[in-house]
Write a protein that binds this ligand. Sequence first.
Ligand code: TRP
Ligand code: SF4
Length: 404
Amino acid sequence: MSSVNSQLRVLSGMRPTGRLHLGHLHGVIKNWTTLQHEYECFFFVADWHALTTHYDDPLIIESNIWDMVIDWLAAGVNPSTATLFVQSRVPEHAELHLLLSMMTPLGWLERVPSYKDMQENMQDKDLSTYGFLGYPLLQSADILIYRAGYVPVGADQVAHVELTREVARRFNHLYGREPDFEENAKAAIKKMGKKSASIYNKLRKSYLETGDQVALEKAQALLKEQQNISLGDSERLFGYLEGGGKMILADPQSLLTKAAKMPGLDGRKMSKSYDNIISLRDEDDEINQKIKTMPTDPARVRLSDPGDPEKCPVWEFHQIYSDAKTCAWVQEGCRSASIGCLECKKPVIDAVVDEVEPIRERAKQLAENTGMIKSVIAEGSEKAREVARETMTDVRQAMGLNYR
Ligand code: TRP
Ligand code: SF4
């Protein structure tokens, strides 16, 4: 796996909402399946996050977990390149969440846009709980515990990644200098080998003494190439380079897909609660039926009435599924009333059927082998836990909590 960038880790999670639909596929999963070839990836089921809104009926969570993991694999997420796990199997997330909660101002959480929105949208549920307010901070712990550089998510999650960056910076500012930072940094330099160590020392000296920016950049590039040092040591050396302390928690960036907001059958965002989804396990005739009955530009009452694709959710599907030639055919045919809406929907139906069919069939097979699914998660959770433990050792040490 020489193409994997060892310095950049990718982490993403999904609440266990059960079977997935095209919105998940185009908004997030496609991003995952590309990234898994390029980076060290961790993808997990955020079951504790589900509890923040479903604390009154936790029993549905379990079947939702397995249904969702089956769809991940069916859609191409590869457990031999990516680490797949369940959040609650890595209790270190809860410990980091607790520690971060000590230093996170209440206002930061109250200001997150999803907080008031969700509370207002879910009027039937009392969401004025401690856990729900902490939802984005638990998410920050999920991300920071793996020192992830990239977080591929849907557009609605960007604010949570932003919060995570602020929390990481505050943490590093408060606890950045380990008591024995200097010694640890020097030991880490040795681990790079003689040649790299001497180049690093020269470049660092030149930057610290003369502010030589080029030397700084060269040294950073040198660190990025190192294969033999741990992420923890790497962060020490990045910090040491600039004369500061260790960057204990790395600040992440979000990554969006092109179709981060996949439209639903009615043109609103695709979502189970709007009842406008095409599921990854829909049969061909269900897909046919759903697309055939999709609303179109209301101006097109008769075949001879011209329409405007911009006012039609079918056009949004064409933009995702059709090539330039078909898109031009739609634009022309709709505006000149030379094609009918059913005719226009045909290429979309074909494309969606072609996309869903193999996923659905793989999911059916996987669903018969839940033992395999469970062992993928068991193994992934163990692996994730090792990384999480390593971070928590550094975090406890930085905060002076490593007394035994
Ligand atoms: N809040 C995310 C969602 O609703 C799920 C999630 C939890 C997550 N923790 C995360 C996503 C960490 C990315 C990184 O989809
Ligand atoms: Fe929509 Fe196509 Fe009908 Fe135009 S022709 S209104 S784009 S379905």
